[in-house]
Write a protein that binds this ligand. Sequence first.
Ligand SMILES: *Cc1c(COP(=O)(O)O)cnc(C)c1O
Length: 378
Amino acid sequence: MVADRELIPFSRPYRSAKEISNLTAVLASDHAHGDGPFTASASARLRMITGAGHVLLTTSATHALEMASSLLGIGVGDEVILPSFTFPSAGDAVARTGARCVFVDIDPATGTIDPTQVIEAIGPATRAISIMHYGGMPADLPALTSIARDHDLPLIEDNAHGLGVPGLGIAGVLAAQSFHDTKNVHSGEGGALLINDFALVERAEIMREKGTNRSQFLRGQIDKYSWVDWGSSYLPSELNAAVLDSQLSEFDEIQRMRHAVWNRYATELAGWAHDRGVMLMDPPGGIHAAHLFYLLLPEWSMQAEFIDALRAQGVQAAFHYVPLDTSTAGQRYGRTLRPLDRSEDFSHRLVRLPLWAGMPESFVSRVIEAAKSFVPVR
Ligand SMILES: *Cc1c(COP(=O)(O)O)cnc(C)c1O
């Protein structure tokens, strides 16, 4: 059907100008392990972008979330409240400690955790509230921070989608960023832990360096380093940091290009969506990170049909997430207070369109035309 037309991929990793020369510099420097000059530079850029007090690069967002659980001392007998509509990493970070996930529903306007359900879910075993800013649309932070304060519970932010949105990554005690190559800026695989409570910094540095005080040793604060606490190897290599630093140096330009694609979808699909009963992503206050663009079809049955119809026209679209409370591991490691209807409905109606920095205008036009030509089978 579209043999003459190039497939439009769902996402394409960004190529930054200096990534190759940075990599060459690392290899020539004989310092390819972690915590070299590119790690320092990328961390400084992340502090600038987010406003976080302290940033530690990690091997992934999943590992940053793992570190968050460990830093907060979450363990057997504890519970963590999190949205069902999120990426499995948030559940992994709880389950691996032996604690239980308590899944709650979302606000369908943003796909982020519903604060009223958080209040209901708080009990004597609750140790933390874990939230995610879907597409970089902020979860209801005024409500969530006041709930966290009233109940003396730490807030953990999964900010994998929301880099650059003011206030995200610094509302919680700890936050995770992802630099997987499907994210706005990437290092192949990678992440960062943002630490907003200075009291946790020293322990986090130790945890990231195999449980040793090597970071203090490198700063000349101690004469020799040794095993001082539980830890792991969460430190990315300088090669990853070299790519990340190059990408972050172009962050504003990347965001400008992604927002341009996002804005075309929002504008040019609006009339069609209105006529067809389709809801387009509509961020409150226009605040989002241009990480993704989604639409909600009026009926569950249309999701697969719509994705297939786009694919027939050479356009790769995608859905997500399978609500964690309905997943195999979610049932083993979590519980709910009630059926989470909004998460289920959202995930069955949602389709994401291709979006990346530098996506050609002609591709964006083809996606829009393909979407508009969709006729549901009734
Ligand atoms: C990508 C993603 C993660 C996982 O990131 P990794 O760096 O691959 O571990 C976690 N949460 C959300 C919301 C994500 O989009």
